[in-house]
Design a protein around this ligand. Structure first.
Ligand code: ZN
Length: 274
């Protein structure tokens, strides 16, 4: 499942290809991935220039002329990449955007359709789903001080709190488990029970885990764009995520799995005592 490092890598890749280019073709294959009708979307996109490509949480945002943003949510299986002109769009391609000065096209595909595309900005209705309006600050933008203040105000289990995109956006299931392991904090501990040292450790563990995944994602994503659009697999060696029953890399005890807030959660009961 794409998480922040994948979105960051995609956004960085698209920045190079799309910034300054003007949209000159919009082909909509599935309207139900959009927040507005194709009839409305097409004229709002055509002839607009891309001012920037950004990432917010796990979403990728094309900032357009006219104070509008085209927002892509990757969901469980979303892919966003440029396809060379000689390659036919693969199945489950829902949206194709062409640009002047770019051979080929940008495609959005999402076989499982948990993702989506939304256009937001001046004169457009507030929408849910792909919206960025309800997101908390990005986990890589928030300062340590603000992170600690936010954690201290909430009285929730760490895992559930970190996954709540309305509080802080960007963390998914994988990197939450990895970060809590590195900070040696039990995922079920309550945020208001942590001291400042614990919170500082957690903040820095999150940034370290994400930075490593982003640097590993860079190579796999450029392969994926240049090849046939296969989703990249990060060459990151997860320490607890998906390792239930395997020895903990710190202590050798078995990694355990439990459910918190409905999400499968991996941790080491010895290194992360409750
Ligand atoms: Zn351990």
């Amino acid at each position: 499942m794409p998480e922040l490092p994948e979105a960051e890598t995609i956004a960085e890749g698209l920045k190079v290809k799309l910034v300054g280019k003007r949209i000159n073709g919009v082909h909509i294959k599935r309207r139900d991935v959009l927040n507005i009708t194709p009839q409305r979307l097409r004229p709002l996109l055509l002839r607009r220039r891309i001012l920037s490509v950004e990432r917010m949480g796990k979403k990728i945002i094309l900032q357009l002329e006219g104070k509008r943003s085209l927002i892509f949510s990757l969901g469980m299986s979303g892919q966003l990449y440029t396809l060379p002109p000689e390659v036919k769009p693969p199945p489950h391609t829902h949206l194709i955007i062409e640009f002047s000065g770019l051979a080929g096209a940008l495609i959005f595909r999402d076989p499982r359709r948990f993702g989506g595309v939304s256009l937001e900005g001046e004169g457009l209705p507030k929408t849910s789903g792909s919206s960025i309006r309800n997101l908390g600050p990005d986990i890589l933008s928030i300062s340590e001080e603000d992170f600690i203040a936010l954690m201290g105000r909430k009285k929730r289990q760490l895992k559930a709190l970190l996954l709540d995109q309305g509080l802080i956006c960007g963390l998914g299931n994988i990197y939450t488990d990895e970060s809590l392991f590195r900070a040696r904090l039990h995922p079920g501990r309550r945020s208001d029970g942590l001291n400042v040292d614990d919170m500082s450790k957690l903040y820095n563990a999150i940034r370290q885990v994400l930075a490593e995944a982003i640097s590993a994602g860079g190579s796999s994503i450029s392969d994926y764009v240049d090849a046939q659009g296969e989703a990249g697999n990060f060459q990151v060696n997860h320490r607890v995520y998906g390792k239930e029953g395997e020895p903990c890399p710190n202590c050798g005890n078995k990694i355990a799995k439990m459910k918190i807030g409905g999400r499968g959660t991996h941790y080491c009961p010895h290194c992360q005592p409750g």
